[in-house]
Design a protein around this ligand. Structure first.
Ligand code: PEP
Ligand code: MN
Length: 344
């Protein structure tokens, strides 16, 4: 249910509505827009007394939210959400609305030197958030699984030194404490999009969450997963389209460009694209990246390696540093046409 408050009502009226929602055993989530406050009342179906809420002071209207996801919907929050990454001692980056974001780095942290080398390249190329896997979700248990906490420490050190927030994947609830300690942005990978316990645990932190789309998930499934995070009080969700399984086998996955306008219509949450994992081949990454920004995405996540043939994982899709620099120039130009801006 959403409770739309009249314009410029006193805080006391908002507090009263929140109190009444809590008395019904539900949670109240506030969405403050430019002109009015909207309160989302979320709880078990049938537990909300719509009539009672509509009689309270300052309430303009009370309406059910028609979509199965509530806090993720545009009905709850009309304007685009802007999510902050970093801040405090780490340089702050914004994504959503007019703010575009470029996340880049290696698939996985292989060693100290390679991380530093790639980090310098992607920073030079225009990335503002550094990514690198410490815990890797590999199809084979015999493939490189990541360096774990050692990689997290190196990522933190490198991010601090270069002034870049860092993003890394978390696969399990047991990793929340360590990843929360070192990273600025949790990445939930495609294979864990419906790991509901993990979604709830990261939702309990106040750190932003990059939620990739599952390999075979519909947009509705994906927004319901975002709802798990939001329902715990964490407003920092960023969606990432990374391609889905289709019958097409000339690429690794099919980047679903359509999901960008669909998500933007249904939801206020920023959406970025990952052309690297979708394509699986370096030759196609730039075309997909530019298409994604042209379709309205709020940024990109791109894998880069200076020596892809020796990479521990995902070498074939890694852009060479000069390719990354070049595509960032194109992305900047397209973003401008789309009324968005990558940070200088
Ligand atoms: C990754 O970002 O390295 C990764 C494994 O991505 P995905 O979950 O999209 O496959
Ligand atoms: Mn990868």
């Amino acid at each position: 249910m959403i409770i739309v408050m009249a314009a410029n009502v006193p805080q006391a009226s908002v507090d009263r509505v929140v109190g009444e929602i809590e008395k019904m055993g539900c949670k109240a989530h506030l969405s403050r827009g430019t002109f009015r406050t909207v309160i989302g009342a979320v709880g078990e179906e049938g537990s909300i007394d719509q009539h009672h809420l509509s009689t309270l002071d300052g309430v303009e209207k009370v309406m059910p939210i028609m979509t199965p996801y509530k806090l993720a919907s545009r009905e709850f929050h009309e304007e685009d959400s802007v999510v902050q990454i970093g801040g405090g001692s780490v340089r702050r980056q914004l994504v959503g609305g007019k703010h575009a974001l470029s996340i880049a780095g290696p698939c996985t942290v292989e060693n100290h030197d390679m991380l530093w080398r790639i980090a310098r390249h992607v920073k030079e190329g225009g990335a503002t958030v550094l990514r690198g896997g410490a815990f890797k979700p590999r199809t084979s248990p015999y493939s490189f699984q990541g360096l774990g906490e050692t990689a997290l420490k190196w990522l933190r050190e490198c991010g601090d030194e270069l002034g870049m927030p860092i993003c890394t994947e978390i696969m399990d609830t047991r990793q929340v404490e360590a990843v929360n300690k070192y990273a600025d942005l949790f990445q939930i990978g495609a294979r864990n999009m419906q790991n509901f316990d993990l979604l709830r645990e990261v939702g309990k932190t106040q750190k932003p969450v990059l939620l990739k789309r599952g390999l075979a998930a519909t947009v509705k499934d994906w927004l319901l997963s975002a709802e798990y995070v939001l329902s715990q009080g964490n407003r920092g969700v960023i969606l990432c389209e990374r391609g889905i399984k289709t019958f097409e086998d000339s690429v690794r996955y099919t980047l679903d460009i359509t999901s960008i306008p669909v998500v933007r219509k249904l939801s206020h949450i920023p959406i970025i694209i990952d052309p690297s994992h979708a394509a699986g081949k370096r030759d196609y990454v730039c075309a997909l990246a530019t298409a994604g920004i042209a379709a309205g995405a709020h940024g990109t996540l791109i894998e880069v390696h200076y020596n892809p043939s020796e990479a521990q994982c995902d070498g074939p899709q890694a852009l060479l540093p000069e390719m990354f620099r070049e595509v960032m120039g194109q992305l900047r130009a397209i973003a401008k046409i789309m009324d968005k801006q990558f940070p200088a």
